[in-house]
Every structure is written in C-alpha cells, then in structure tokens.
Ligand binder design. Structure first.
Ligand code: FES
Length: 603
C-alpha cells in the first residue's frame, strides 16, 4: 500500500494519506474538520479545498461541474472526490472548515484618555441658489471653518465624487469626519464613528471594531493569516515574495482579502456599515507590515536585515485595498528593526503601566518569531529570536494549531497521561501549550534527559528506528494512529526554547545583569497566554524565578493597536518607544553561539 504525506493548512495538521483514501477521509482520520454536507457525494460543492503542491487523481465529473477551468488550474478540488498521487500541501478555505482556530483576541484592559485622530462635526449648510454659486466643497469647508473655528482645507477625492447628490438628499445637513485639515468622510447626521484595530500576525490576525466616541470595543474576532499557505514563517514568506513581483502581489492580495472578510464579519456582528469605519490602525511584524504595503522585502532577508521604513505611516485604506470609509486612513505604528516590528512596539505601549515603574523587566512576545525586550529603568533593548513554528504545532509529528481536539494541557501521573483537549472532544493532536507540557512532564519525570534524549519508560517504544513516547495509544484512539512525542519533536522544541532563552540571556549579558535581578517577566501573544509558565520554566525556556514575577497579558499587541486608534498621544508615545529602543542583532552578540548551545539544554 502506498502512503503520501499531506499537509493541511491553515490547521497545520500533517499526516500520511493512503493512495486509496480520499482527501476528505484522510482529513477526517487526522481530525481535520472539513465541511461535508452531502456526506462525500460530491454534490454540494461543500468540501472545497485548494491544492498548493503535489499531484492528484484526475478531476471527476462532479468536480468538472463544480469548478471553472481557471479554478481547476488554480488547484481547487473537492476533497471527497480527490486522491493524492504524491506528497501534497492542501489549503482548506475558511468556508470549508468546520471549526475555526482558537485565536487570542483578549488582552489586558488599559484605560486611555481618548483623543482620536478623527473628529465628527455637525453642519447645516445653506443650499445653492442663483445668489450663492459656491461649489459644494466650498460650502462645506467654509461652514465648518466658520462654525467651529477650524482650518479645514480639503475634502478627500472619493468623498467629493459622491458629495453633491448626497448633500441634497440629506437636505444640506450632514456629519463631517475631519482628520487634521482634511474631510475624510461625510454621512447623514448623526452617524456612529467606528474605528478598526488590527494585529496582523504571521500566523493569526486579530481584529477589533471600536466605537470612537466611547472607546468601547464593539466586536473582536480572530482569523488565520492565509499567507500561511505560502510559507509558515517570516523567512519563507519573504523568500516567496522575492521570487517574483507576482508572488509578492499574491501575498498582499490574500491578506487584504482576509482583512476585508474580517471587517465584514465584525460589522455584521454589530449591524454596522463598512463606511462607518473612519480610521484603522494596523500593527504587525516588519515583514507583515512591508508585505501589506508592498514595500520591498528583499533587504529583510540579508544581513544587516534593515527595514525599508521604520517611522509610523499614514496611508489611505483604499491604497492597500481595505474596504472601509472611502477617504479613511490606515495608521501603521513604527517598526524598530527588520525583525522587531510595530506589533512589539504596540505590546510595549500596552504594557507600559507594568514596566514604567522601574526595575528590570523582560517583555516577551512568543510567536513564530519571538521578540524579547529588556527594560531597564525605561531604557529598552530588543532582540528577535527565530523560535520557528514548532509552538504552532508545525514540524511536530502530531502537532497542530489550537483547534478542537488539540491537547492543550497534559500531565504525567504515575505513568498515566492525563490531558485536556480544546472543545473537550477526543484528542487528534497537540497544540503548542500541550507540546510544552508534554516535554516538561517527560523531562521532570526523567524520561528525557538534559540533552533531550528519550530514555526508557513503559510508554516509550521504538518506531521506525527512533524512540517515541506514547501519549495516547492506538487502543485509546479506537484504532487511529497513536499520538506520540518523537525524538525529533524533542529536538524541535529544544531549538525553539533555546532560541527564546538565548535571546533573554543575550539581553541580560549586554547589560551585565543576572536572571535573579529580573523583577518581572511580561508574556504576551496567543501562545504565551495559554502556556503553563511552570512548564516553560521547567524546560528552561523562561528563567527560574518566583511565579509571581510572571504576568501573562494576552494579545497585548492588539491592545496597543486599540490604544493607537483611540489616542493620538499614544501614537506619539509609540514613536518615542520605537526611537528609544536599541536593537541587538543576535548573531553579532558576543558569545552568542555558546549562549545558544547552552540554552538548548533542557532544565
Ligand atoms: S462532501 Fe459534499 S461535495 Fe464533497
């Protein structure tokens, strides 16, 4: 019997597929939920997937009916009708997924004195007549400036395109949204003024819809970054983009499509209109920021890894294809360096209340790229660690992203494995926090030594010449493949945790501090929010400190984006943070190789 390797994205689940097993059956067996309303008959177009790599059986008549020639050329197929004939990479569109990924959108609550960049004004202008031949634009600007003592100079061109019929239909009364000296939206009086805050991560995107007049978050939602189908981490995404300008455009288009979908979802939840969103703030790492703006990324791939631009930017939303109010702007917080971006600035902005009181603080945002800052009485030094996607479940034999069926908590008690899964359903794999717990428990039980070598234990067996620890056996899974931790999995986690720990150690070394002097460790990011800190400390990923010095703050980058949306003062503060942060390139840090070699030991 022939087997091929199949990689399901964006779920991040990998496994073997038999040559006589449909992709839908394979997905089911691996615990990947693809919608199959017609039960695999190929009738309802319900199990649509896109094949990104690999070869397949010829399209069936149902597929030829379901897809246009172009769609077939683009790799679209019905999972229930398709059999793989080589190793494959499969993208499951969001509409075909049964359960969404768990994406962290909550963060700490931070109060802010609201001072948004957009202000609403109510105007009642005099109607045009033979004795008043002013253009509609002049009529609005003069009324605004006279009534409110302003210095408005212009109206956005897209707003102007519709202004005359609208003004007349509203009987010359309107609400004008002013940004600086420019009118960026005009609407009936009164209209809600909404704002959009986005944390654009390498793997996940979190979006927030806010009422600008109250500061209240009306809706929040997370989605997967669809660019993941073109590369799991920043480096592979950059490599894809620099291959050709068409590929760079593709990466931008897919992420903007996802952002527009996210905005639509947020609006429909609160019955708001897209045009009511008059400002957006987006934070992301430097690569995500550059790809979104179609800035060059080639230089990010080569030493000295400099960004094309670091300062904060304001661009028209329409220029990047974001569908909100036609004249609205997107504000992008500043970057720090090629691999420490605006998302880290946003995180530092959001946690300022924790670190500004002095003392030595480590602020860490764990992701496929992990940014670490050391804050020493307000002075900030940052590094970027290539922790990779292992904590997202990638490169781990039974790893998966945080979706239903993922083991998220795990304990080894008297040789018995106790676990909790997301959604409380039978286990299908391990997400990052589960993997971390598993390695920590095996290390603490002496099953894995400091080198990471798996030793003897009743649950250890040899599979394909390598030891593996059985977490959930075939019998416990009613005949499905066992969920195990392999020797290679342990190595992957050692590299990931070693990358993070060596980043912390380089920062401490640079300022001549020891780890005991750290007063606080702020842990941000989706993975960081769900991990068991004791597990992270046990394996040596985080320093050995009293537990009360650790603070898990959720999606602080998202909170920072919201602060930037609600307050111009916070934007100024973000620029000050970015300016005063010195970036250290890990590879050039003294003794980095030795520090890293030490850090990959467990414990
Ligand atoms: S399961 Fe319905 S079309 Fe495949």
């Amino acid at each position: 019997m022939k087997f091929y390797h199949v990689d399901f994205e964006p779920v991040g689940r990998r496994g073997k597929c038999r040559h006589d097993e449909s992709l839908l059956d394979c997905a089911r067996r691996l615990g990947v939920g693809i919608i199959s309303l017609c039960g695999g008959l190929g009738k309802f177009h319900c199990c649509k997937v896109q094949i990104l790599k690999g070869s397949l059986s010829e399209p069936t008549s149902n597929e030829l009916e379901s897809f246009s020639p172009q769609e077939l050329k683009d790799g679209y197929r019905l999972a229930c009708q398709t059999y793989v004939t080589s190793d494959c990479k499969v993208r499951i569109p969001l509409e075909s997924l049964t359960t969404p990924q768990r994406i962290q959108v909550e963060g700490l609550e931070v109060s802010v004195n609201r001072k948004p960049s957009i202000s609403p004004y109510h105007i009642q202008v005099s109607s045009s007549s033979l004795s008043d031949l002013r253009a509609d634009e002049e009529r609005i600007i003069e009324t605004l400036n006279h009534q409110y003592k302003l210095h408005c100079r212009s109206i956005d061109i897209d707003v102007l395109r519709n202004i005359s019929p609208l003004l007349r239909s509203w009987n010359w009364e309107a609400q004008v949204s002013l940004r600086g000296n420019e009118v960026i939206a005009i609407s009936p009086w009164p209209t809600h003024q909404l704002g959009l805050a986005i944390d654009l991560g390498t793997t996940k995107i979190a979006g927030y819809l806010l009422d600008l007049s109250s500061g209240q978050t009306l809706a929040a939602e997370g989605i997967m970054n669809p660019q993941i189908s073109y590369g799991e981490d920043i480096v592979s995404r950059i490599t894809y983009a620099i291959d050709s300008s068409a590929k760079a455009v593709k990466l931008q288009e897919v992420v903007v499509e996802a952002l527009n979908q996210l905005v639509n979802n947020l609006c429909s939840r609160v019955h708001a209109k897209l045009e009511e969103i008059v400002e957006a703030v987006i934070v992301g790492n430097t690569a995500m920021h550059h790809l979104l703006l179609r800035l060059p990324v080639h230089q990010l791939a080569f030493s000295p890894f400099v960004p094309a631009v670091r300062r904060a930017l304001d661009v028209k939303a329409r220029d990047i294809g974001l569908c909100i109010a036609p004249g609205a702007y997107v504000h992008l917080l500043p970057n720090i360096a090629g691999f420490v971006g605006a998302d880290h600035v946003a995180m530092l902005l959001a946690t300022e209340g924790i670190w500004k009181d002095g003392g030595l603080v480590i602020a860490i945002d764990i992701g496929t790229n992990t940014e670490v800052s050391l804050i020493d009485n307000g002075e900030i030094s940052s590094v970027s660690c290539a922790s990779g996607p292992a904590f997202e479940g990638a490169h781990i034999k039974d790893g998966m992203r945080a979706a239903n069926g993922a083991i998220e908590r795990l304990q080894l008690i008297n040789d018995q494995v106790k676990y909790e899964t997301i959604g409380g359903v039978p286990p299908v794999g391990l997400c990052g926090s589960g993997i971390l717990d598993a390695i920590a428990q095996l290390y603490l039980a002496g099953v894995i030594n400091r080198d990471g070598r798996i030793g003897n234990h009743a649950r250890v067996r040899i599979h394909e010449g390598q030891p593996e620890f059985v977490l959930v056996s075939e019998e416990e899974r009613s005949g499905s493949a066992a969920i195990t931790i392999t020797q290679k999995d342990v190595r992957e986690i050692q590299l990931a945790q070693g990358a993070i720990r060596s980043g912390i150690n380089v920062l401490l070394q640079e300022r001549s501090y020891s780890e005991e002097e750290i007063k606080k460790v702020i842990i941000a990011g989706a993975f960081g929010s769900y991990i068991n800190v004791i597990s992270a400390v046990s394996i040596g990923m985080l320093p050995l400190l009293p537990l009360d010095r650790f603070q898990q703050v959720g999606n602080a980058a998202g909170v920072g984006a919201k602060l930037g949306l609600l307050s111009e003062d916070k934007r100024v503060k973000a620029q000050a943070i970015a300016r005063r942060t010195s970036y250290i390139e890990l590879a050039t840090a003294p003794h980095f190789q030795e520090i890293f070699a030490q850090a990959i030991y467990l414990g």
